[in-house]
Structures are given as structure tokens and as C-alpha cells.
Design a protein around this ligand. Structure first.
Ligand code: NDP
Length: 256
């Protein structure tokens, strides 16, 4: 994992109860280059047993309750995180929580589209907006661009690429709600990058690969450890050139 995380004062991860979010928290906490504070959010911490076990072992992990589709929950979480990070602000926000509503043209409903949009596209925007004062505080203390200063990382998917959904690739994964929600998240990332550049807050969308989680399924080629060690290495090395970018977990740029 990238040693760059030792220069990062705090990382907050949404959806840390299981899957990739849990792995991010575990990998950061175990690393000898761990950031000062790892803030793991979960909508129901009482049900996140593995996360609670990690907290018992690593005192630099802090659990905060956050249901990403509930504005009141977002506001309460921001207050809690503010108390944790103080004047240092929040250095790195990873919008990881997501759902996959699978429906093809025949089956898709308006409700399914809205449900996937709410969690995957709208929530990362509203969370970033609410946590902006804390990100700006961190950014004001440093120069350059990267997680040593302030960054927003949106966990997106290759399936959100409009360009790649064409030709031979277009025959697979006809998931209207999920694919469109990740395409929208990519645009949210780009819009945030335009708006937050002046504050020195780096914004990047990252595809973690196809990973064996509840969402990715048992046939996926990557373990959570493999994906996240690579994702964290990419995040740790992000700089000006990656601002507003759409990257694969192996650091290559993906087509929008
Ligand atoms: P999982 O389904 O394994 O985990 C999803 C996580 O999101 C859980 O922690 C879940 O919490 C949380 N979550 C969902 N809705 C909410 C909510 N309203 N409030 C708070 N937390 C919520 O998914 P992965 O770990 O595989 O995926 C993580 C991210 O990576 C997602 O954004 C996904 O789209 C993306 N991704 C994953 C790929 C893969 O192959 N696995 C491929 C490409 C992208 P709870 O336990 O409470 O349900």
C-alpha cells in the first residue's frame, strides 16, 4: 500500500460495514503508514460485526453512523466527524457505499431507477456538499493536490462508462439502474472537480475492478485484498494530473 497515506491526517469511508468499504478500513488500519484517523461509517453499526472487531484491535478507527440516503443522518455524521477531526479538517472522503439494482429493459421500473440513483449518484453529491467545510479546512492547511491535502474519491464502475457500452462489450450486463447511476456519478465527480479545483480539493472517480463481495459475486476474479491494495496505492499517488479523472484500480485512465 502507498506510503503516501502516512501524510494523510484522516480518511472517511462510507459503507464500511462489509465488502470493499470494510477492506479499505482494515487495510488502512493494519498498514504501518496508517492515516491519523480512519472514520468508518455504516448505516447500522450494531450489525457490522467485523467492523466492530476491527475497532477493538485498532484504536485509530472511529465508527460513525451514516445512512447515505438520509439527509438528517448525513448532517449528524458531519457533526460527529467535525468533533473527531477538529481544526485539521477531513483530508480524504471515500464515497464507497453503493447498491446494484439489476433490471433489463423488459423488467426495469421507474422506482428501481430512482432507488439506484438515490444511493449511487445523489448520496455521494449530498455527502460531499455537507462535508465540504471539513474538506476545505484540511485543504487550507497545505498546498498542491492529493490526499496529503484534501480529496474526494468516488467509487464508480467501468459499467458506468458510456463509451465502453458499445460494440462487443454492449451485450453484457444490461443493468439500466446500476449503469446509469454510475454514469451519473462520473458526471458528479467531474462537476465537483470543476467546482472544487480553486479550493485545492482533488476529485477522482475510481473503478475497483470486479471483486468478490456480496455485490460482485463469487465468480469475480479479484479478492477484496487484491482490489483494495491496488486502489489504495492509486489513491495514495493521486496528484494534479488525476484531478477530474476516471481511473481503473490499476491506475490507467478509463474512457467516459
Ligand atoms: P457490497 O454490496 O458488498 O457493500 C455495499 C456497502 O454499501 C455495504 O457496506 C452497505 O451497507 C453500503 N450501503 C448501501 N446502501 C447504503 C446506505 N443507504 N447507507 C449506508 N451504507 C449503504 O458492495 P461492494 O463492497 O462490492 O461495493 C462497494 C462500491 O464499489 C460500490 O459503490 C460498488 O458500486 C462499487 N463497485 C464494486 C464492484 C465489485 O465488483 N464488487 C465493481 C465496481 C464497482 P449495509 O451493510 O448496511 O447494507
Amino acid at each position: 500500500m502507498a506510503s503516501a497515506f502516512q501524510n494523510c491526517r484522516s480518511v472517511m469511508v462510507t459503507g464500511a460495514s462489509r465488502g470493499l468499504g470494510l477492506q479499505i478500513v482494515g487495510s488502512l488500519a493494519k498498514s504501518c503508514h496508517c492515516p491519523g484517523k480512519v472514520i468508518a461509517t455504516a448505516r447500522e453499526p450494531s450489525r457490522a460485526k467485523e467492523l466492530r472487531c476491527l475497532v477493538e484491535k485498532y484504536p485509530n478507527i472511529h465508527i460513525v453512523t451514516l445512512d447515505v440516503v438520509n439527509q438528517e443522518s448525513i448532517a449528524n455524521a458531519a457533526k460527529e466527524v467535525e468533533a473527531l477531526v477538529g481544526e485539521e479538517g477531513l483530508s480524504c472522503l471515500i464515497n464507497n457505499a453503493g447498491i446494484n439494482v439489476v433490471a433489463n429493459l423488459e423488467k426495469v421500473t421507474a422506482e428501481q431507477m430512482m432507488q439506484n440513483f438515490e444511493t449511487n449518484s445523489v448520496a455521494p453529491l449530498m455527502i460531499t456538499k455537507t462535508f465540504l467545510p471539513l474538506l476545505k479546512k484540511a485543504a487550507a492547511r497545505s498546498t498542491g493536490m492529493g490526499i496529503h491535502r484534501a480529496a474526494v474519491i468516488n467509487m464508480t464502475s467501468l459499467l458506468g462508462s458510456v463509451e465502453l457500452n458499445w460494440g462487443a462489450n454492449a451485450n453484457n450486463f444490461k443493468w439500466y439502474p446500476y449503469r446509469t447511476s454510475k454514469a451519473a456519478l462520473n458526471m458528479v465527480t467531474r462537476c465537483l472537480a470543476v467546482d472544487l479545483e480553486a479550493d485545492g480539493i482533488l476529485c477522482t472517480a475510481i473503478h475497483p475492478g470486479w471483486v468478490r463481495t456480496d455485490m460482485g459475486g463469487a465468480e469475480a476474479p479479484l479478492s477484496t485484498e487484491e482490489s483494495i491494495s491496488s486502489v489504495l496505492s492509486v489513491i495514495g499517488n493521486l496528484s494534479e494530473k488525476d484531478h477530474g479523472g476516471f481511473l481503473r484500480y490499476t491506475a490507467e485512465t478509463l474512457p467516459w
